[in-house]
Design a protein around this ligand. Structure first.
Ligand SMILES: [Fe+2]
Ligand SMILES: [Fe+2]
Length: 163
């Protein structure tokens, strides 16, 4: 199956009998993480191997791919309540989750701004590449934060059960 086919499958919104979208299983969210990580890693590799005189065209393609993957990923995470399953067992982490969710609405416009600059006449290449590197670092941090949230929530529930 191609990556775009995977994305199309993920873009289908599933509902329970026509009501509000139901929470996708955690397993489905995690498998979508794989698609995101592949897309982000492709940007990482492109920028690491980029020579001073190289065209930025491939970067436009890779970031356009991310432009599809990232909102898809965030929408899936937010469908039915951001980490609702996790917060149901660890409600003490709700403000941590709220901070992570707020990052979604900051990362999307940032990617839009990068892409519109990349598609136009790039005036300051070094600054733009530094911005892309920082943006990618922020996505990695965001994802690591989510992994940590899930890990801590399940660790806490395991400790409670064994106490
Ligand atoms: Fe997220
Ligand atoms: Fe995520």
């Amino acid at each position: 199956m191609t990556e775009s086919a995977v994305l199309r499958t993920d873009s289908e919104r599933r509902t329970d009998g026509g009501g509000a979208p139901s929470k996708p299983p955690l397993q489905r969210i995690w498998s979508q993480h794989v698609v995101l990580h592949r897309s982000v890693r492709a940007v990482d590799q492109w920028i690491d191997g980029l020579g001073e005189e190289d065209s930025l065209d491939l970067g436009v393609q890779l970031l356009e791919q991310l432009e599809h993957v990232l909102p898809e990923h965030f929408a899936l995470e937010e469908q039915g309540g951001y980490f609702a399953d996790v917060l149901s067992i660890a409600p003490q982490f709700s403000s941590w989750a709220a901070e992570l969710q707020a990052e979604h609405s900051r990362l999307i416009p940032r990617l839009d701004a990068i892409l519109s600059e990349l598609r136009g006449k790039v005036r300051d290449r070094a600054r733009l590449l530094a911005e892309i590197r920082d943006f990618v670092r922020c996505i990695h941090e965001h994802e690591a934060g989510e992994t940590e949230l899930v890990r801590e929530a399940f660790r806490g529930s395991t400790l409670q059960r064994s106490a």
